[in-house]
Design a protein around this ligand. Structure first.
Ligand code: HEM
Length: 407
């Protein structure tokens, strides 16, 4: 195969950020593995089709550990302080460390455990909407989609209520990289605060354990030495951030997508039983992780007949593959009644999203409750004017809406 010219994913171009799917489609039609340049000028091999994506996510020759990347800019791009600790979280480790770390928390996130959280998530949701219902207008990102997941995951871990706002700010600063080269000073400073905060919180749980997840992890560290102090901090940080902006984006994108598809909105209003399927369709149609999930080739590999060299970054294009017409008929159509909708938005294989049951439940409750409690919901901005978060995590930055007050 002749050497491919890499295609730039133009994150600085508002048209691409608003709608990357025409370019995704072109890349998918051009071939199963396309060379692309992603944020920060990094080169990657994008896997564009569904079946190849599934296979790549199960391929143990593709590592999650950035130390397997030949492009030394990748580990170097991480702020210094972040490097040691962030490289030891489960998302960025391979077996056997991955297996050990994931096992420590997997019980807290089973579908059954998460189902038990429904009343509390509903109460948090209602509490947030109580504040906007009488007003008749809101920014459903700032007033609703942002605080909901951060409150849920903080309660699960045992982060005190009055400390959540700081935590949310540091996370925003750290995640806002992706398009322009990140400002290392800003990211570093936020991480210093976050690390100091988490260290203090761990101390507090040591002296006053509660029945929260963090106290359980501290016990696993102290009594059974099943994880190091760095791993403990990395775990808590991962759980806090992995479940945060992704879920904000699911809720924000879900509502924005419905408002742009009035027929589907009516359908859902008439039959709330369609909610679980609708959330799956939002994840397939415009998932928060976009274009996809990174791996690093541990050795020379062949993916769909394309030779990929050792050390290469392989980007499994979950958002590209989720519109593969070979797998999803009429893929560019939003259809909340779609059957057989096993999308890749939560990944696949051993790293399959640990928080998927929680994200689904939060998405269903959040979107369902908004539709029920905010009658006459309408976008208070030009749909094309809705600013998206650029970079690898997609979703609206704000969602101004109006509705009938007091409903
Ligand atoms: C892993 C997406 C919500 C925790 C992943 C992966 C994806 C993903 C694609 C796989 C990454 C890979 O293979 O490298 C999402 C989306 C969410 C969401 C789209 C919301 C709509 C959550 C929530 C939590 C969470 C609420 C709760 C704490 C995790 C963790 C991992 C993970 C811990 C790492 C699992 C592992 O490496 O074994 N997520 N996620 N996620 N997610 Fe989520």
């Amino acid at each position: 195969m002749s050497e491919q010219q890499p295609t730039l994913l133009p994150y600085a171009d508002p048209a691409f950020v608003a709608d990357p799917f025409p370019l995704y489609r072109q890349l998918r039609e051009d071939g199963p593995v396309r060379r692309v340049v992603v944020a920060g000028g990094l080169d990657a091999w994008l896997v564009t089709r569904y079946e190849d994506g599934l296979a790549a996510l199960s391929d143990s020759r593709l590592s999650s550990d950035v130390r397997d990347a030949s492009d030394s800019r990748i580990p170097r791009q991480l702020p210094e302080t972040e490097r040691d600790s962030m490289l030891s979280n489960m998302l960025r480790t391979d077996p056997p460390d991955h297996t050990r770390l994931r096992r420590l928390v997997s019980q807290a996130f089973t579908a059954r455990r998460v189902a038990g959280m429904r009343p509390r998530i509903q109460a948090i949701t209602d509490g947030l909407l109580d504040a906007v219902v009488p007003v008749g207008r809101a920014d459903l990102v700032a007033d609703f989609a942002l605080p909901l997941p951060v409150t849920v995951i903080s309660e699960l871990l045992g982060v005190p209520v009055d400390e959540r706002r700081d935590f949310q700010q540091w996370t925003d600063r750290m995640l806002r990289r992706g398009v322009e080269p990140p400002d290392p000073a800003v990211v570093n400073e936020a991480w210093q605060h976050m690390r100091a905060y988490l260290t203090g919180l761990i101390h507090a749980k040591r002296s006053h354990p509660g029945d929260d997840l963090l106290s359980g992890l501290v016990a696993a560290r102290d009594a059974q030495q099943r994880l190091s102090e760095d791993e403990l901090i990395a775990m808590v940080f991962l759980l806090l951030v992995a479940g945060y902006i992704t879920t904000v984006n699911l809720i924000g994108t879900g509502i924005a997508t419905l408002l742009a598809h009035p027929d589907q909105l009516d359908l859902l209003r008439c039959d709330p039983e369609l909610l679980p399927g609708a959330v799956e369709e939002f994840l397939r149609y415009d998932g928060p992780v976009s274009p996809g999930i990174a791996r690093f080739a541990r050795e020379d590999v062949e993916i769909a007949g394309v030779a990929v060299p050792r050390g290469a970054t392989v980007l499994i294009g979950s958002a590209v593959a989720d519109r593969d017409p070979e797998r999803f008929p009429d893929p560019d159509r939003l259809d909340i009644t779609r059957k057989d909708n096993a999308h890749l938005a939560f990944g696949h294989g051993i790293h399959y999203c640990l928080g998927a049951p929680l994200a689904r439940l939060e998405g269903q409750i959040a979107i369902g409750t908004v539709l029920r409690r905010l009658p006459g919901l309408a976008l208070a901005a030009d749909p094309d004017g809705i600013r998206r978060r650029p970079g690898g995590l997609r979703g609206p930055e704000s969602l101004p809406v109006t509705f009938t007050p007091g409903g």
